[in-house]
Every structure is written in structure tokens, then in C-alpha cells.
Design a binder for this molecule. Structure first.
Ligand SMILES: NC(=O)c1ccc[n+]([C@@H]2O[C@H](COP(=O)([O-])OP(=O)(O)OC[C@H]3O[C@@H](n4cnc5c(N)ncnc54)[C@H](OP(=O)(O)O)[C@@H]3O)[C@@H](O)[C@H]2O)c1
Length: 331
């Protein structure tokens, strides 16, 4: 199992019991309705849309809003199989695009396959400018298992599978999901370079890598993005983020709002949330967006209300004092 994917094997089973200390997020949007123009009540058509001033250009030619969407959570429990309410998953995916989000992260491992299939069912033919970033190189032999496979023949088959499920001729961003310790990184990236040269991939990204691995990968094929675990309370990948800033690579933080366990909220987070009349999750996302211009958070949700709350966070501006106080939480 990949260490970083799910720190505890039963984590996903506890998703529904997740607690965010200090704030009841289930009722957050309703409680906060009317307190801020960021928040909206039951009439979801009033949800603010993203504007292009929060944009980042991946690989020199794919301009996306920096707040994306992680499509791991539209699958079944434990990121396995179909979601209990497939229509809801399709509605969430369609709303993602309606709200102006144009970066969707997924992987063949989510379901497996079901996340990509749902994206195609909900959104194909895709609207112009929508960037789907998928991943391969992590397999799901059974529920609860995440097993790396970076062998070239597997990766080439994985790309073909994603093309088919997503109904695409070319994948805009294809990320190596993780480094397989049994396969030299150069061999895995060599396979992706072949697929890029064949026109099946536009850009290559990496996930769950350190700086040395990024540098090695870039000797094989140009890399446009890196996806590592990162949020206000987990900044183990700070050095990778700084590398991405220096090299102008997109940085997609996974677990941007703490994953299935949520964030342990602390005083400055709660204070900022109260001041702005928003939720702690929104403060956490606004903090990430302000942390770096290469930051492309991809919060995941199976809930329309949460989706709209998350997208609205792109418009929240923290003061320098608030930002600094929250930054101190990691220490
Ligand atoms: N590269 C990798 O190894 C890797 C690993 C993990 C994830 N990822 C990618 O990163 C994306 C983000 O990670 P993630 O989805 O695991 O974690 P996350 O975005 O930090 O958190 C998602 C969790 O938070 C809940 N949530 C979302 N919005 C909320 C809100 N406004 N209020 C309260 N709860 C909220 C979701 O539950 P509800 O469904 O109830 O909203 C879900 O349980 C994934 O979707 C996937 O695309 C990549």
C-alpha cells in the first residue's frame, strides 16, 4: 500500500463520522448564510463563479483556474466501486464545470475506473478549456489496497485505458501516481514520454515525489506539475512546493482540507472564519491559494453544498496578519 495515500486503512470507512473540531461543517453553510457574500443558502444558483484572475498556465498552454476539483470522492465508499447515489455524483461533476472550475483531478485507481467513467458520463463532450488531469501507476487489486505498478508496459496500458474511459484522443495532464520502488523512475517516465511522443498525452505530471525524483524525471520528459500531500497542518512537502515555485511547475496539494479526517482547527483558523463569516474549510483553501501562485488545490467532495462552499473560498482574501497566524499552526 502506498504510505501517503491513506494513512489509515479504515480512514475512508470513517468519512461519514468525520469531525472538524470547533465548527459543525454540516451546518456551516446554513449557519453562515447571509453573513458574507461568499456564502449562499439553499439557492445554489447564487453561488459565485470563479474569475480568471486566479489562473495558472500549465505547461505553457493550459490555463486553468487555480481552484480545481478532486474527483476521488465521487466514487464508492473506500474509493471503491460506484457511489451509492450515481445521479448525485453526476450532478456534482456537472456543477463543478458550471461554477467555472476547469481543472479536474482523477486517476484510474479511483473506483478503480469509476471516477473517470463518471467524469465522461457527466461531461463528455467536454466544454472548451476543461483540463482533466488523470493518473496511473497505482493499482487496486482489492478494496483497501493501493499497490504501485510503474512498469512501462503497465503504464502504457493504463494510458490507453484512461483514454478510453475518458473518451479522449489525448490526455491533457497525465500524472505518474507514485514512484514504484521496484522500477527505476527513468523507466516509468520513459513509457510516459513514449505516450507523449505518440500524441496520447499532452503534458506529464508527477505525484508523491521528492525534489530529487522531480529532477531525475525532468531529465527524461518535461514535467508540468507535482501532486503531493499538503495542507495548513501538513507541510512535509514544503521543499517540493518551493522547488515548484522556483521552476514554475503547478503544485496540486492533495488532502488540501485534511482528507477524510478533516483539519484539526485551531484558534487563528476559527477566528478568521468567524471574522469573515465563512467556514474553516474556506479559510484553509484561501490560505493555500495565497501561499503560492503555483498552488492548485483540488478539494474533493461528493456534496453539492460542500462543492459550492469550496469554490466560493477562491474569493476569500485573508489579511496578512490572519495568514501569518494560520501559517504558525503548522509549527
Ligand atoms: N496523488 C495522491 O496520492 C492523492 C491522494 C489522495 C487524494 N488525491 C487527490 O486529491 C483530491 C483531494 O483530496 P481528498 O479528496 O482526499 O481530500 P480533501 O479534499 O482534503 O478532503 C475531502 C474530504 O473533505 C470533505 N469535504 C469537502 N469539502 C468540504 C466542506 N466544504 N466542508 C466539510 N467537509 C468537506 C469531503 O467529504 P464530503 O464528500 O462529505 O464533502 C471529503 O471527505 C482527491 O479528490 C484526489 O483527486 C491524490
Amino acid at each position: 500500500m502506498l504510505k501517503d495515500e491513506f494513512p489509515k486503512s479504515n480512514e475512508e470507512r470513517n468519512v461519514t463520522r468525520r469531525r472538524f473540531v470547533g465548527v459543525s461543517l454540516g451546518s456551516g453553510a446554513a449557519i453562515l448564510a447571509g453573513k458574507s457574500d461568499l456564502i449562499f443558502g439553499a439557492d445554489t444558483s447564487k453561488a459565485p463563479k470563479l474569475s480568471m484572475n486566479t489562473a495558472f498556465t500549465l505547461g505553457g498552454d493550459l490555463t486553468v483556474h487555480r481552484l480545481g476539483f478532486g474527483a476521488m470522492r465521487v466514487t464508492g465508499e473506500g474509493i471503491w466501486g460506484w457511489p451509492p447515489d450515481r445521479e448525485n455524483a453526476l450532478r456534482v461533476l456537472r456543477r463543478v464545470v458550471d461554477l467555472g472550475v476547469n481543472l479536474i483531478d482523477t486517476a484510474d485507481a479511483y473506483g478503480p475506473d469509476t471516477s473517470e467513467l463518471l467524469i465522461a458520463q457527466a461531461l463528455h463532450p467536454y466544454p472548451k478549456g476543461l483540463v482533466i488531469a488523470t493518473k496511473g501507476g497505482l493499482t487496486r487489486p482489492a478494496a483497501g489496497q493501493w499497490v504501485p505498478n510503474g512498469r512501462p508496459e503497465h503504464l502504457k496500458k493504463a494510458v490507453e485505458g484512461s483514454l478510453k474511459r475518458l473518451r479522449l484522443d489525448r490526455i491533457d495532464v497525465y500524472q505518474l501516481h507514485t514512484v514504484d520502488s521496484k522500477v527505476p523512475l527513468e523507466e516509468s517516465l520513459g513509457a510516459l514520454k513514449e505516450m507523449k511522443d505518440a500524441g496520447k498525452i499532452r503534458h506529464v505530471g508527477l505525484s508523491n515525489v521528492d525534489r530529487q525524483e522531480i529532477a531525475r524525471a525532468r531529465k527524461i520528459v518535461p514535467i508540468v506539475s507535482v501532486q503531493n500531500r499538503y495542507n495548513i497542518q501538513d507541510r512535509d512537502s514544503e521543499d517540493v512546493l518551493v522547488y515548484c515555485e522556483n521552476e514554475h511547475l503547478g503544485f496540486l496539494p492533495w488532502f488540501p482540507i485534511g482528507g477524510g479526517r478533516g483539519l484539526k482547527t485551531g484558534h487563528p483558523l476559527n477566528v478568521a472564519a468567524k471574522t469573515h463569516g465563512v467556514s474553516v474549510v474556506q479559510v484553509a483553501l484561501a490560505w493555500l491559494l495565497e501561499r503560492s501562485s503555483v498552488m492548485l488545490p483540488i478539494p474533493g467532495t461528493s456534496s453539492l453544498t460542500h462543492l459550492e462552499e469550496n469554490v466560493a473560498a477562491a474569493k476569500l482574501k485573508l489579511t496578512a496578519e490572519e495568514w501569518k497566524a494560520i501559517a504558525g499552526l503548522a509549527a
